[in-house]
Design a binder for this molecule. Sequence first.
Ligand SMILES: Nc1ncnc2c1ncn2[C@@H]1O[C@H](COP(=O)(O)OP(=O)(O)O)[C@@H](O)[C@H]1O
Ligand SMILES: [Mg+2]
Length: 394
Amino acid sequence: MATPVPSHLLRSDIATAGEARSALSTAAAPSLADRRVRGIGFKDVTVAYGGLVVLDALTLEVRSGEIVALIGPSGSGKTTALRAVAGFVRPTRGRITIGDRDVTNIAPYARNIGMVVQNYALFPHMRAEENVAFGLRARGASQAVLRERVAESLRLVGMEAYAKRYPRELSGGQQQRVAIARALAIRPQVLLLDEPLSALDAQIRRSMLDELAKLHRELPSLTVLYVTHDQTEALTLADHIGIMRDGKLIAFGASRSLYRHPPNRFSAEFLGRANLLPVTSVQPIGRGLAEVRFGEAVLAATNPHGLPQGADCLLCVRPHDLRLRQGEGGHNALAGIVESVQWQGEANSIVLDVEGHRLRLTCAPLGEPPEPGTPLALAFDPHVVTLVPETSGD
Ligand SMILES: Nc1ncnc2c1ncn2[C@@H]1O[C@H](COP(=O)(O)OP(=O)(O)O)[C@@H](O)[C@H]1O
Ligand SMILES: [Mg+2]
């Protein structure tokens, strides 16, 4: 029997930190059957606040043991989607499943999920080990189980040496590790991460990314829904990526293929920086390639979306796929004028004007970077550039 969501958990103003904790609170210890590997399903899930739709008919599957990243600008509905899985917000329409169980009307504590939010959300008056033990205690775990699980969870995040510390005695990155250990201690089938690295500085974020990837290798059956606005995090960790915009899922696919072959302008610009050139007159030339016109130039590119002959579309070329080239002309060549050159340590970033369009190129540091105003020829391999339909993604 489905347990109705208690009304106090349906208030839309619950602090997310409180939610992360209350997802851990009282419930029976998971039975053996509950430990089955599980995926997450959204079917036509719509959430509205005061009549305003903020999540619009989301249909998405996170397969068992997979990491799916939901990525999108602030306000696009990512957190709302996560809260709907956790049970902190009730959809106005649609169903949510975990494994083969429809959890749409099931209370948060009975969903057996672990959740980590941006701002650590540890109990300040408890040591790290007590924080990690919290959910287990609430579930009435025995002392022996408690000890074993706390040690195991702290080990998984490399924090065994810090068990006795209070949150104030830990750095931001360490606190977030403890928060992850706390979410894992209940052995959830589903781990929900809402911008878990956003509050950390760049260097720690990178090492935490490696840690999260390692964690998933150690727990391959854990299903993870990872919300972020950071494309590097999504591309590094996720098997599949969903791109959100204005409450809608506007693209979904395997990370590599979504990056390589974005299905619309917004995806191309949001996931990795893309140069987009308006081109016309698609003409298939075999091997998945098509010929297009950009002004006077005839260029070849891959056509993964099967754009029809004569269509207007965009040529998507990533900054690191553009090559500087000696001399003029040749196959797949563009003529540009240097606007600016930026030295970025590991790379040079060059902005060029190509017939009124601004293109960015990144390359290994140049001995003598070109001066602004220098004409340069650019070229690219047709197999690494993609034709994108000229749609906004709606
Ligand atoms: N409790 C709430 N009450 C009213 N509006 C909300 C509430 N939570 C979120 N929203 C609105 O829903 C939209 C999506 O928010 P959210 O899911 O938090 O986006 P994201 O996580 O992608 O930044 C935003 O416009 C936000 O203002
Ligand atoms: Mg959010």
